[in-house]
Design a protein around this ligand. Structure first.
Ligand code: NAP
Length: 248
């Protein structure tokens, strides 16, 4: 079956990029959201098109509601929405809570929490049988930080991912009888640019000894779990949170 539409927020780099490529292989048309790195988003689209897939890049800072509305309108032009991957997320620089500004914490929550909830709102409006939709899947990106709390690193980030866990469970129940499954992935230490944006490019490798498997994970290993959740093989999975973390 070709041409189900899937939106991946933050699909230009890291886990989102790997998910966009994996979804395209499974014959989804992919809407690749990006915040500012147009070149990276265009490269993902080009790679999908070079394998005869279909994709478009749409600028969408999920901290901005009007960008989110633009993203979903672009997806509407592409075809009926079947999946939303709420992947866009940020960390802050390593810090104790005593040193965190209100602006930093508000930005963290606006992007990681409010942005994900607003995207889910738009997806539910389109996919819920209550609104005449054909059902679909929402996968939220949480983090093992939701369990570990990330002391002395970024408790604000951990708290934002704890919110994502609660949101996943609650929304899953809310729309379970409307054809929509909702699940979250809690990645562990994954080798992406996110650690550099927190000021510690080597963080994942430095901490890999704390992982029971003694290695970092790849973006593709997270993407594989996401596309499984998107698939009919996961047809009885909802309100569920899956750790993909090498045991951490
Ligand atoms: P990443 O490598 O830093 O990539 C971030 C992606 O999100 C980029 O495509 C970026 O777009 C986009 N983005 C950043 N801010 C955005 C915003 N305000 N609005 C929309 N898009 C935005 O991140 P990643 O490591 O792949 O992480 C992806 C998700 O997995 C996040 O939710 C993160 O919290 C979660 N996660 C990651 C790890 C890990 O170890 N890497 C562990 C646990 C959970 P541009 O290219 O335009 O900048």
């Amino acid at each position: 079956m070709m041409h189900k539409v899937c939106i991946v927020t933050g699909g230009s780099r890291g886990i989102g990029r790997a998910t966009a490529l994996a979804a395209a292989k499974r014959r989804y048309k992919v809407v690749v959201g990006y915040a500012s790195n147009k070149a990276a988003a265009d490269e993902v689209v080009a790679q999908i098109e070079s394998s005869n897939g279909k994709a478009i890049a749409v600028k969408c800072d999920v901290g901005n509601e009007s960008d989110i509305l633009t993203l979903f309108k672009a997806a509407d032009q592409f075809g009926p929405l079947a999946a939303l991957i709420n992947n866009a997320g940020i960390v802050g620089v390593t810090s104790r809570v005593d040193d965190m500004s209100a602006e930093r914490i508000q930005r963290m929550m606006a992007i990681n929490v409010t942005g994900s909830i607003l995207c889910a709102r738009e997806a539910v409006k389109r996919m819920s049988t209550r609104h005449g939709g054909k059902g679909g899947v929402i996968v939220n990106l949480s983090s093992v930080a939701a369990k570990l709390g990330s002391p002395n690193t970024y408790v604000d980030y951990a708290a934002s991912k704890g919110a994502i866990d609660s949101f996943t469970v609650g929304l899953g129940y809310e729309v379970a009888n409307e054809g929509i499954r909702v699940a979250a992935i809690r990645p562990g230490l994954i080798d992406t640019d996110i650690h550099a944006s927190g000021g510690e490019p080597d963080r994942a490798h430095r901490l890999s000894h704390m992982v029971p498997m003694k290695r970092v994970g790849t973006a593709e290993e997270i993407a594989n779990a996401i596309v499984w959740l998107m698939s009919d093989d996961a047809s009885y999975v909802t309100s569920a949170i899956l750790d993909v973390s090498g045991g951490r």
